[in-house]
Design a protein around this ligand. Structure first.
Ligand code: PMP
Length: 388
């Protein structure tokens, strides 16, 4: 029998590789590179959290946990979400511990989508959203935000995009890559659209602890929204635990149990030692989180001021650890800007179009790097822009 030209599923064959990875590969073999490209903390996981994992291994906790995660951890997540976001979830039936927020997004989409169902995806956004909708058999319908609104989606945009196939709105605030955060009033207006059209909100709240000026509001905490919100979060950003692969998802019981069925067959359970570490982080990690937040805040202020002085205007992001300056004045597109900046000054930034077409004209610069590195990066970017 002749070998097929491709054994890949059509959805996979047509999937584009992430525009972020592609850029990092270009730095291989280069020295003295400063990366503002990464989407992860420069801090090491706090020691007590690491120690909890070591102790769990020493104590011989090397087997599977319950599929949904250790009950103590789910209880701690329920307490955390209740204490800080004022939403109460039942740890028995409404919380699943996942392999990062990434898995939580995947199982949420797979649990709710029938083939052809549409999901409104607000762009620019984290690179996985639209591909995961497609892989779950759904259709991503892109809603593009504008820099004039600091990249905050306007409820009328959802109204214009809703069809009778729309099942959910996917939203992330504070946002990756723009750092923009919706106010409570803006969220309420979006919630009204969801209620009017009977939509779910898939709310990626992974940056909820990295908020620098205002209080954070969870979509699930808004009046009448817990029953139509899937709250995704995790430990990667606020506790500097990207490599541990630990996240969680809270949702009404029916959806939660649907997600758990997928998680149980595909994953079984999150890593046991990571779960012990996460539990320690929730119980005793607040001071470390606050220290890291303080440091990010200083760096944000420094970077926003520097970029604006250099002539790369950017709004002051309310959360996460990214700035999203406009590079339009340079006359280059974001890919050319990022490529030349890397070649000429050895600074990595991510082209805005990696996060959707509406990110064009911008680059994402992460400030999850030390102040001294940031200062050097700003010096190099200033030199680069002045030369143009
Ligand atoms: N959502 C957003 C918005 C992110 O920026 C990231 C990580 N860059 C994730 C989800 C994935 O996080 P995790 O490490 O928990 O899978």
């Amino acid at each position: 029998m002749a070998i097929k030209t491709s054994y890949l599923a059509k959805n996979v064959r047509t999937l584009k590789p992430s525009g972020i990875r592609k850029f990092f590969d270009a730095t291989t073999g280069m020295t003295d590179v400063i990366s503002l490209g990464v989407g992860e903390p420069d801090f090491v996981t706090p020691w007590n959290v690491r120690e909890a994992a070591i102790l769990s291994l020493e104590d011989g906790y090397t087997s599977y946990t319950a599929n949904a995660g250790m009950i103590e951890l789910r209880e701690a997540i329920a307490k955390y979400v209740d204490d800080y976001y004022c939403v109460s979830y039942n740890p028995e039936h409404e919380i699943t511990v996942t392999v990062g927020a990434s898995e939580a997004i995947d199982i949420a989409l797979r649990a709710i989508l029938d083939p052809g169902d549409e999901v409104l995806v607000v762009e620019p956004c984290f690179v996985s959203y639209a591909p995961l909708v497609t892989l779950a058999g759904g259709v991503p319908v892109i809603v593009e935000t504008e820099k004039e609104n600091d990249f905050k989606v306007q409820p009328e945009q959802f109204e214009a995009a809703v069809t009778d196939r729309t099942k959910a709105i996917m939203i992330c605030s504070p946002n990756n890559p723009t750092g923009s955060m919706l106010s409570k009033i803006e969220m309420e207006r979006i919630a009204d659209v969801a209620k009017k059209h009977d939509l779910l909100i898939l709310s990626d709240e992974i940056y909820a602890e990295l908020v620098y000026d205002d209080l954070y509001t969870s979509f699930a905490a808004l009046e009448g929204m817990k029953e139509r919100t899937i709250l995704v979060s995790g430990f990667s950003k606020d506790l500097a635990m990207t490599g541990w692969r630990l996240g969680f998802v809270c949702a009404p019981q029916e959806i939660s149990q649907g997600m758990l069925k997928i998680h149980q067959y595909a994953i079984m359970c999150a890593s046991t030692m990571a779960q012990h570490a996460g539990l320690e982080g929730l119980r005793n990690g607040r001071a470390d989180m606050a220290d890291m937040r303080k440091s990010y805040r200083q760096r944000r202020n420094y970077m926003v001021q520097s970029l604006n002085e250099i002539g790369l205007p950017c709004h002051k992001p309310e959360g996460a650890f990214y700035t999203f300056p406009s590079i339009e004045a340079t006359g280059m597109n974001s890919e050319t800007f990022a490529t030349r900046l890397l070649q000429e000054e050895r600074v990595v930034v991510v082209p805005g179009n990696a996060f959707g077409d509406s990110g064009e004209g911008h680059v994402r610069c992460s400030y999850a790097t030390s102040m001294s590195q940031l200062q050097e990066a700003m010096k190099r970017m200033c030199r680069f822009v002045e030369k143009l």
